[in-house]
Design a protein around this ligand. Structure first.
Ligand SMILES: [Zn+2]
Length: 131
C-alpha cells in the first residue's frame, strides 16, 4: 500500500513522472520487432520502478514499532510505502480493523506521521542528489 501526503490537497496523487519525457509510448516504434518492443517496455518498467523506489528510506513508527519506507517527493509531499507486516502490526490500523473499519480508507497512522515529520525535520529524508 502506498500512501501519499500533501499539504494543500485532500486527495491521493500519483507521483510525478521522471522529467516529463513522456516516452512510455515509444514501444510503438518497435511494432515490427516484438522482442525489441518487449525489451523497451521492460526497460521503461524498470525505470519507473527505480524512480518509485529510489531514495526510499526506512522510518520507524515510534508508537507501533513498525518500519515503513518513505520517500520525500518534494516539499510537503511524502510517499509512504507500507508493507503487509507494518499494516498488520500498526496499532492504529489494528484499532480500525477491530472496530470494523476499512484500513484502506484510513489516511495513515498518525503516530507514524509524527515520526515521519520528525525524520523530515531532522533532514533524514533529504537526499544530497536532490535539488
Ligand atoms: Zn503506527
Amino acid at each position: 500500500m502506498l500512501l501519499l501526503y500533501g499539504d494543500h490537497h485532500d486527495h491521493d496523487e500519483s507521483p510525478p513522472r521522471d522529467g516529463g519525457t513522456g516516452s512510455w509510448s515509444k514501444s510503438r516504434d518497435f511494432a515490427n520487432d516484438p522482442q525489441r518492443a518487449a525489451a523497451v517496455a521492460e526497460a521503461s518498467r524498470a525505470d519507473r520502478e527505480r524512480y518509485l523506489t529510489s531514495g526510499l528510506l526506512p522510518v520507524d513508527c515510534r508508537f507501533c514499532h513498525v518500519t515503513v519506507t518513505v520517500r520525500r517527493l518534494g516539499p510537503g509531499h511524502t510517499a509512504v510505502q507500507w508493507n503487509t507486516q507494518a499494516v498488520q502490526r500498526c496499532a492504529y490500523f489494528s484499532e480500525i480493523r477491530e472496530s470494523g473499519g476499512d484500513t484502506a480508507r484510513a489516511r495513515a497512522c498518525p503516530k507514524l506521521s509524527d515520526s515521519i515529520e520528525h525524520a523530515a525535520a531532522e533532514g533524514y529524508l533529504d537526499h544530497p542528489d536532490d535539488d
